[in-house]
Each structure stands twice: as structure tokens, then as C-alpha cells.
Design a protein around this ligand. Structure first.
Ligand code: SAM
Length: 299
């Protein structure tokens, strides 16, 4: 089993599951092959911990360890169904499931889970989610297929180019757990400093470097004796970073991107923003936005 999560995890998974239920119901009479793509699939089970996970960083390093190596950290607070279990258990399942999970031991657990659903067509790949998604977007006949993609990374794994390819299909609905706090906000110091690698990572997530001009202000120090000194300030918060990402996604999603998002994180801190975008520009596809908005408003 994988260990991470807090009270925000069920909130996130309930939202996506509720959407999947409505999606498969709404499209049941349409002549499309329906695909569910879970890019960061995990094991199918999530252990919700208590106070230890109050610090999101703890979850990050704990997650990197195989289960056997942190048995002493094992606590059995409560186990909930992860995204894969929920999607496979839908009353009206998708025609096809694609799971990518970079960790081999987790993929093995997923195989066990999938084997309990012999009537379901599912593929599990131990690869980087971006790589498999690019292939999926390029090789699928989008005249005959509709898909929901769920991207639930811990950090900065989702590349902007992947978001663009998803949008170009004009057929995918995307749920993206955008890591606004740890992977963007916290990478920049209050003085507007970051390492070249941190800067590159933010650019990979946002697909541009224009954020620097908007978020960082540099001005000469007011101190007369230090005329050459320049003082920097970070002038952005997590909400503004989320709005910036929504704006970036609006440039490429011809359907749209919801204005609304679910702020998620341990102890009600806003670490992640669960975003929803739909790539299909047709009027009919606006139903997707209505369903997603409904799901978010109930949380
Ligand atoms: C937050 S967990 C996902 C949890 C899952 N959605 C669930 O509900 O059980 C993120 C998962 O992504 C996996 N992962 C990390 N980087 C990845 C990558 N580049 N491609 C695919 N999976 C990755 C991790 O091993 C981890 O299991």
C-alpha cells in the first residue's frame, strides 16, 4: 500500500470519482470508445495518516521508500480506495483503462487490482506519465474516442508540453492536481531568488518564463551608502499562481478551463489546486464543465 494523504486526499478522490460516475452515465448512448487514463495511478489504496503527514514534505520522502523499508513508520489509521480502485469499480465502467505508475512495486499492486476485474480492458505501464500520454494523444483516433485523464502528481512531474498535447486532442477532459505551493511558490525565496534548476522546473510546469516579469520585482535598495544593491521581492501567492496556470491552460484548451478549483492540502493549507479543463470545443461538451463545477461546489 502507498502511504500519503491527509483529509484532503478523500476530498480530491471523491471529486474525481463523482465526475467519472456522471461522465460515463452522460456518454452511455454516445458512440465513442471511452478511456480513463490515470497518469499517477499509485496502488489502488491510500493510507490516510494523521499528524505525521501534517507536514507535506514528510509525505514526499516517505512516498519514495518501498513499503518494506518503512514498516516501522507504519500506522494503520485508515485506508481508503485510491483513484484506480474507484475508477475500476464504477457501476458503468470505461471501455478501456490506461494506468501509468513509475514505481514497479506499485504497478505490481495495480496488476493484482486489475486482475480482480477480469471483464475490464486495462493496460499498466511502468513509465513516466508524460511519455505514455504523448503517445496516447498521438496514436488515438479522436473521432471515435473520448477520454478522462487524471493527473495526480506529488510535485513537478507534469510537463507543460503534456498539457498542450492533451488540449490538442479536442476530446479529453482533464483533472489536474496542480502543485501550486511546493513546486512553484516554495521554489522562489521571498527575495525572488531561486537556483537555475528551480527556475527551469517552474518553466517546465508553466511552459513559459514570462511569470518572472509578473511575479518578481527588483529595485535598487533605498540605502544611499549601498547604491549598487538591488533588492528583490516575490510578489505572488498560491491563489495568483493557480490563476496564472488557469490562464495558461485557457490559451490551449479550446473547450475551456473552470475558473473554480479545489484548494487542497494537509490541515486545510492550500498546497495543491485541483483544476478541471475540457478540450472539446463543441457546445455539447459544455456539459463537462457543468458536471465538474457541480462536483467542486459540493466539496
Ligand atoms: C499522489 S500519488 C497518486 C495516487 C493515486 N492517484 C491514488 O489515488 O492512489 C502519485 C504517484 O505517482 C507516481 N509517480 C511519480 N512520478 C511519476 C511519473 N513521472 N510517472 C508516473 N507515475 C509517477 C508515484 O510513484 C505515486 O504512486
Amino acid at each position: 500500500m502507498q502511504k500519503f494523504g491527509d483529509n484532503h486526499t478523500p476530498e480530491k478522490l471523491d471529486a474525481v470519482e463523482d465526475y467519472l460516475k456522471m461522465y460515463t452515465q452522460a456518454l452511455k448512448y454516445q458512440d465513442f470508445e471511452l478511456v480513463y487514463f490515470d497518469g499517477f495511478a499509485g496502488t489502488g489504496e491510500v493510507q490516510i495518516s494523521g499528524d505525521r503527514n501534517a507536514d507535506g514534505q514528510f509525505s514526499l520522502w516517505l512516498e519514495a521508500l518501498p513499503e518494506t523499508e518503512f514498516s516501522e513508520l507504519h500506522d494503520t489509521k485508515s485506508i481508503i480506495e485510491g483513484s484506480a480502485t474507484r475508477a475500476l469499480g464504477l457501476e458503468r465502467p470505461f471501455d478501456k483503462y490506461i494506468f501509468t505508475e513509475r514505481s514497479a512495486w506499485k504497478a505490481k499492486k495495480l496488476e493484482e487490482l486489475v486482475s480482480r476485474h477480469p471483464h475490464i480492458t486495462a493496460e499498466i505501464s511502468v513509465v513516466d506519465a508524460n511519455q505514455r500520454l504523448l503517445e496516447f494523444c498521438a496514436k488515438t483516433d479522436w473521432r471515435k474516442t473520448r477520454a478522462v485523464v487524471f493527473l495526480d502528481p506529488f510535485g513537478s512531474q507534469v510537463e507543460w508540453s503534456t498539457i498542450e498535447r492533451i488540449a490538442e486532442t479536442r476530446a479529453i477532459d482533464l483533472w489536474y492536481l496542480f502543485p501550486a505551493f511546493w513546486s512553484v511558490y516554495r521554489q522562489i525565496s521571498q527575495e525572488g531568488k531561486m537556483t537555475p534548476e528551480q527556475e527551469r522546473s517552474i518553466c517546465r510546469i508553466l511552459g513559459t518564463d514570462e511569470w518572472k516579469a509578473d511575479w518578481l520585482k527588483f529595485e535598487p535598495s533605498g540605502d544611499l551608502f549601498e547604491q549598487s544593491r538591488v533588492v528583490g521581492h516575490k510578489q505572488v501567492d498560491v491563489v495568483q499562481i493557480t490563476r496564472y496556470m488557469i490562464g495558461r491552460m485557457r490559451d490551449v484548451f479550446h473547450g475551456g478551463v473552470l475558473d473554480q478549483w479545489l484548494p487542497l492540502g494537509p490541515k486545510k493549507q492550500h498546497h495543491f489546486s485541483l483544476l478541471f479543463a475540457w478540450a472539446n470545443p463543441s457546445d455539447k461538451a459544455k456539459l463537462a464543465a457543468k458536471l465538474a463545477g457541480h462536483v467542486m461546489s459540493r466539496k
